[in-house]
Every structure is written in C-alpha cells, then in structure tokens.
Design a binder for this molecule. Structure first.
Ligand code: RIB
Length: 319
C-alpha cells in the first residue's frame, strides 16, 4: 500500500474509485415502495477506477498504476487481489479507516443496470507529492467522478504541466467547474452526460449530436461521446466528427463495459494510437465485456480484443 517512495514510469495512471459490487439479477425494476425477488446475487470486484485500471493493464503494453483508497477490511483485500492479479501497481492505494466502497447493482434480463454507490473510502482519495510525481511522469492520466472532484481537478492541473494526456470519463454525472475542464485533453462522456454538461455550462438543451458536441468542444477540444448500442462519436478540433459503430452483441450485463472502454482507450493512447484508433479498440473491448457478467471479471485480455478487432465478432456469451 501507499508509501512515500517514488513509483515512476507508469504509462497509464488511473485516479479513481474501488468498490465491491453486490450484483443482483432482477426480473424487472421494482417500482418505488415495491420489493422484487432477485433470481441470483454475486459479489464482484468493481468501481470505475479499479475497472478502468484493470482494463488498461490487460490491454497490454501499458504499465498501469492506480491511485485510490479502500478500507482495512475483507473487501479491501478482495480489491487488492483483483488489481494485483491483473498486473496493476497498487503501491499508491491507501488503506484507510473507512469501509471499502460498495456498489449495489441491479441487472435486468436485458443486461441493463441500475447502480447505487456507497462511497466509503473513496471519499478520502487525495493526492500526495508522490502521487503527483507519478502523474507527471506518466503518458496518460485517466480519472472518473466517484472520487472527490477536487482530487480530479488537482490531477488534471498537474498533468497539464507536462506532456501527459489527461482523459476524463465524466461518470457518474457531477458538477464540473470550467477550471477543471480546461485541463482535460480528452473528455469521454455518455450522450446523457453530455446533455447534462451542456446544460450546466451553457444553459443549452441540445439532444442532436452536432450541437451537443460543438458545445462540449468549447470546454474540451477532443470529445468521445458514447451512445451505447449506437456506438460513439469522436469529435476533434478541425476534423469532421467520426462515428465508431458498436459491434453486434446481445448484452448479458452492461456493468463495467464503459470502464473497459475507457481503460483500453487510455492504454491505446499511451501506446501512440490516434483517438479514432483508440476508440475502435475500446469499442471492441467494451463489446466483449457486455457479453459477460459482472464488472471486473468481464474485462477482456489484449488477445481477445485483437481477435474481435480483426474479425468484427464478439466471443459467444460467457466465453
Ligand atoms: O461502471 C461500473 C461501476 O460503477 C461498477 O463496478 C460499480 O462499482 C460502480 O462504481
């Protein structure tokens, strides 16, 4: 766990959360005040930061470190094993006197999910001088919003002083100050999240891709807007937006697919890929994840992503 020694040389540094996911399969969403009987339940390693770090590490060629926090409890030990087994460096993760983050995930028969997060130890993620050294020595810094926005802003400001590419996955929705966004190089955001940001910053309510992307590009020059089964749109300054189509898949479980997307995107950018190339690899990886249960365990290997990229086919469910 965290010590003050410098741990330099990681291509990807992820600043984010670690949760254990209590995932329950439900036949349908309960109405307010109603109970439904789950058909199954399981505990999986998860959390947007941990999932994205594992996806980056498994993508191959991008030594990856995670800056996070978890409790001195069994869930913390579960997360440590999950990340270490995937080759993620956890020397900058703090063990704190709060419980490890917990996500309650309901998954319906179509694989759609509803998630409630108990923040726990993630609320204490902050950056020491050693963490800032790690960030400024990296190629890509990747963050999400399950840790304090002030911590993400500090990471972005530090990365902006260097050549490191700062990628922000704006999930879950949060209020994001313009001072933070000005230090973001690549914004990855869902269509819904994009509308929320356009409303926050410009009091605009566009739903069409063109005006939405143009609004967001006033905040961050490079935007990847994800649209689920409709794929994603890559918008970069001075270029026509590029649509990257999703691969055909009947989802088993959406949990962790977005994180797989972001982790692989970061690893590919760290390896010198263009944003379009990185998005195509990320799309292939996310499609594989959709076909598997759970967040952490659904993240594919580099080889699986390479085969799917080459064939356009996703491995069968559960494989
Ligand atoms: O993005 C999926 C993740 O969001 C889950 O693993 C859950 O922990 C929540 O943080």
């Amino acid at each position: 766990m965290a010590n003050d020694g410098p741990a330099k040389g990681f291509h990807v540094v992820v600043v984010g959360s670690a949760n254990v996911d209590l995932e329950v399969q439900v036949p349908r969403w309960p109405d307010p005040g109603e109970s439904v009987i789950a058909t199954a339940s399981e505990r999986f390693p998860g959390g947007k930061g941990a999932n994205q770090a594992v996806a980056a590490a498994k993508a191959g060629g991008a030594p990856t470190a995670l800056i996070s926090a978890w409790g001195k409890d069994a869930d913390g030990a579960l997360m440590a094993n999950f990340l270490s087994d995937a080759g993620v460096d956890i020397s900058r993760v703090r063990e704190v006197d709060q419980p490890t983050g917990l996500a309650i995930v309901m998954v319906d028969p179509q694989g759609a999910n509803v998630v409630t997060v108990v923040t726990g130890a993630n609320a204490s993620v902050e950056l020491s001088e050693a963490d800032l050294d790690l960030i400024t020595g990296s190629r890509v810094v990747l963050a999400q919003l399950e840790v304090p926005v002030a911590t993400v802003a500090r990471a972005a400001a530090a990365a902006s002083e260097t050549d490191a590419i700062f990628v922000l996955n704006a999930a879950p929705n949060a209020v994001l100050p313009a001072e933070l966004l000005k230090n973001v190089d690549v914004l990855v955001v869902s269509h819904l999240g994009a509308r929320e940001l356009a409303t926050q910053h410009f009091r605009m309510y566009p739903s069409d891709d063109g005006p939405l992307l143009r609004a967001l590009q006033r905040l961050v020059p490079s935007v990847v807007m994800t649209k689920g089964a409709l794929g994603s749109v890559v918008a970069q300054a001075g270029q026509d937006p590029e649509v990257v189509h999703a691969l055909p898949v009947v989802p088993v479980d959406h949990t962790g697919a977005g994180d797989t997307f972001n982790g692989v995107l970061a690893a590919r950018l760290a390896g010198g890929a263009t944003l379009g190339e990185a998005t195509r690899a990320a799309t292939a990886a996310a499609s594989i994840s959709l076909n598997r249960p759970g967040a952490g365990p659904s993240i594919p290997t580099a080889r699986e992503v390479a085969v799917t990229l080459a064939t356009g086919k996703v491995p069968p469910q559960g494989a």
